[in-house]
Design a protein around this ligand. Structure first.
Ligand SMILES: [Zn+2]
Length: 446
């Protein structure tokens, strides 16, 4: 274990590199080695970190920097597991932690061992400096985010709530430089869509394959899938998305006008995807303006000469803040018609920080602008879910802010780094992020 240096940025880099060299692909996860490594560093400066496992080797770490208690706690959090990486597609081995072209390379460099390293470096410095803050600062490095959080944030919130309860939580995802036109934006995540997975069933008369029937469940299945694939579900613009678009529009009207025109007719997006540059951006915004439904699994029939009596498909549905599962089922039923019976397989509600404005949001904004006066800090919502889902359930106001500065000409698109090939974090951007986050933590907690 390399010793830490008492320099915030150097520590963050070294810790990140060591974490990247430890394979925590989930499944199976095996976060224990990473959690024990961080616990060892934290213990060296006097902390008493707690390691907690819902299952062997699926380790979560919680550590507390005790404050005066005059204000409620602040939680910093990062997940230690990563998604798989195919080494044949990478320019550097995905568990090398190599420093190359000014970046640390490895699965988790952005999602999100960088944040685990930054938080650890910040906790080390808080202890070394002997600062007494008004809030307890808790750092939770969690397992299992990539497979749904059951053994990580959900386990901590359900089984060890007292250890992680906080007024504010800072975690995934946001805080990266987003270059649009000639403006740099720093999105801060304040909302996530919910999910509603649905089984759709079509029942009918079975028959012999030698005597085709027009009302076969297979034909109805095909029609239902086509209707769903071509449907545009109703739009429900939320402040989480409109504020983001307005902020961009205020700075970059020329950039956003075509986007806004596209968003008004989302059903066209698929058809013009190949023709219009930037349409993938438009599609991802479009996924934030309405509930979405994607058919993902289809099951029907087992013998070539038998027309089956039952056909099923599964729908990955995502719901916006303000929308319930029942709202979503009504929208599906309107598209699919009365022959298709719908049943929820699993669901979780959307997550949101309300109101978006808060002293913490102001501090994040101020600390970013102090370093980059021309940048714009904007709240945003992601289509998907993170540990915010569970930490918000205990009442913490979530801000996704894991800051990384990415230069405009670096050839790195932050969004492509998530689960992509050649995941890497610029070393200078990591150091920048650690300093910003450290300043945010000290200001909100003092
Ligand atoms: Zn992540």
């Amino acid at each position: 274990m390399p010793p830490t240096t008492a320099d915030l940025g150097t520590d963050a880099k070294q810790i990140c590199q060591t974490l990247l060299r430890t394979d925590t692909t989930n499944p199976p996860g095996n976060e224990r080695a990473c959690a024990e490594y961080l616990a060892g560093l934290l213990a060296q400066v006097g902390y008493e970190p707690t390691l907690l496992e819902a299952r062997p080797a699926r380790t979560n770490l919680v550590v507390l920097h005790r404050g005066t208690g005059k204000q409620p706690p602040l939680l910093l959090t990062a997940h230690l597991d990563v998604v798989e990486a195919d080494p044949t597609k990478w320019r550097r081995p995905p568990f090398s932690g190599d420093e190359f072209e000014g970046c640390l390379w490895g699965r988790g460099a952005i999602d999100m061992k960088n944040m685990a390293a930054m938080c650890t470096a910040i906790m080390l410095k808080l202890a070394r400096d002997g600062v007494r803050l008004e809030r307890d600062v808790i750092f939770a490095a969690v397992a299992d985010e990539e497979a749904g959080c059951d053994l990580g944030s959900r386990f901590l919130v359900e089984e060890h709530r007292a250890l992680v309860e906080a007024e504010y939580a800072i975690g995934e995802s946001g805080g990266f430089s987003l270059h649009l036109g000639n403006t740099t934006f720093y999105p801060v995540q304040v909302a996530e869509t919910g999910f509603c997975w649905v089984r759709a069933r079509i029942a009918g008369e079975p028959g012999h394959g030698s005597m085709p029937r027009a009302d076969s469940v297979i034909t109805k299945l095909g029609e239902a899938l086509a209707r769903l694939g071509n449907a545009a579900l109703p739009q429900h613009p939320t402040s989480y998305v409109t504020e983001f678009l307005d902020a961009i529009r205020a700075r970059q009207p020329a950039l956003v006008q075509p986007l806004v025109r596209l968003l008004a007719r989302p059903q066209l997006l698929g058809r013009i995807a190949r023709l219009v540059p930037g349409v993938s951006v438009a599609r991802s915004f479009s996924a934030l303006l309405g509930n979405t439904a994607a058919a993902t699994v289809v099951r029907a029939g087992s013998k070539t000469n038998v027309i089956p009596g039952l056909a099923e498909f599964e729908i990955d549905g995502r719901t916006l803040p303000g929308q319930t599962d029942q709202d979503f089922l009504r929208e599906l039923a309107a598209v699919l018609g009365p022959d298709v019976e719908l049943e929820i397989i699993k669901s979780a509600p959307p997550t949101m920080t309300e109101p978006i404005a808060s002293p913490l949001f102001d501090i994040i904004q101020r600390q970013v602008l102090a370093r980059e006066p021309d940048a714009v800090v904007v709240p945003y919502m992601i289509p998907g879910f993170t540990d915010a889902k569970y930490f918000s359930q205990m009442g913490a106001r979530w801000y996704g802010f894991s800051p990384v500065k990415i230069e405009k000409d670096a050839g790195i698109k932050f969004a492509d780094m998530f689960h992509g090939h050649d995941e890497r974090v610029p070393v200078a951007g990591l150091v920048w992020g650690t300093e910003v986050l450290d300043a945010v933590v000290r200001e909100i907690a003092s």
